[in-house]
Design a binder for this molecule. Structure first.
Ligand SMILES: [Zn+2]
Length: 171
């Protein structure tokens, strides 16, 4: 497979997280049409996802963070996706809810109340590129945690809305 982190690639700013990523053709792009990620960024995320995760909780944290940093444009699917992944971050970071409990809670999510939340003006200081560049297993988990925390922090203007939605998941 082509090494997309090869330094000879021209770099572009990802439309979602704004990280500098290889300028890859559209065919490398996200499978989900509603996801606002540049093809090079999506490809790096695929490489990160192909590595081992110590737990489903860390894997979930990685997915939730990536998705909310690439919210795309308002549509039924993007509204559902961003809302669910922000709820995932909320439970993982503010309640340290393990993955299986978060999945259970999500089944009660008030989907009908989800609305588009305007993404923060800055997506946060860390991106999937920082995770991809970390080669040590333990250090990579720590970068994922920091990436999740700083991204959740970037969404602070919407924290109360997420808390309100979360409170409806536990009737
Ligand atoms: Zn990106």
């Amino acid at each position: 497979m082509e090494n997309v982190l090869n330094p000879s690639h021209t770099l572009v700013s990802c439309v979602g997280c704004r990280a500098m990523v290889p300028d890859l053709p559209e065919r490398y792009g996200p499978a989900h049409q509603y996801l606002g990620a540049s093809p090079g960024c999506w490809h790096i995320y695929g490489e990160v996802n192909a590595r081992m995760f110590p737990s489903m909780t860390v894997r979930g944290l990685c997915a939730d963070t990536y998705m909310v940093q690439h919210p795309g444009v308002p549509s039924r699917q993007s509204i559902q996706s961003v809302a669910r992944h922000l709820l995932g971050l909320y439970w993982a970071l503010e309640h340290e809810l393990p993955f299986d409990k978060a999945v259970k809670a999500m089944s009660g999510a008030p989907v009908g109340q989800f609305v588009w939340l305007d993404p923060p003006s800055s997506p946060g200081p860390l991106t999937v590129v920082d995770v991809a560049q970390e080669t040590g297993d333990a250090a990579r988990v720590e970068v994922i945690r920091q990436w999740a925390k700083t991204t959740w922090e970037a969404w602070r203007p919407h924290h109360q809305t997420i808390r309100d939605w979360a409170s409806l998941c536990f009737p």
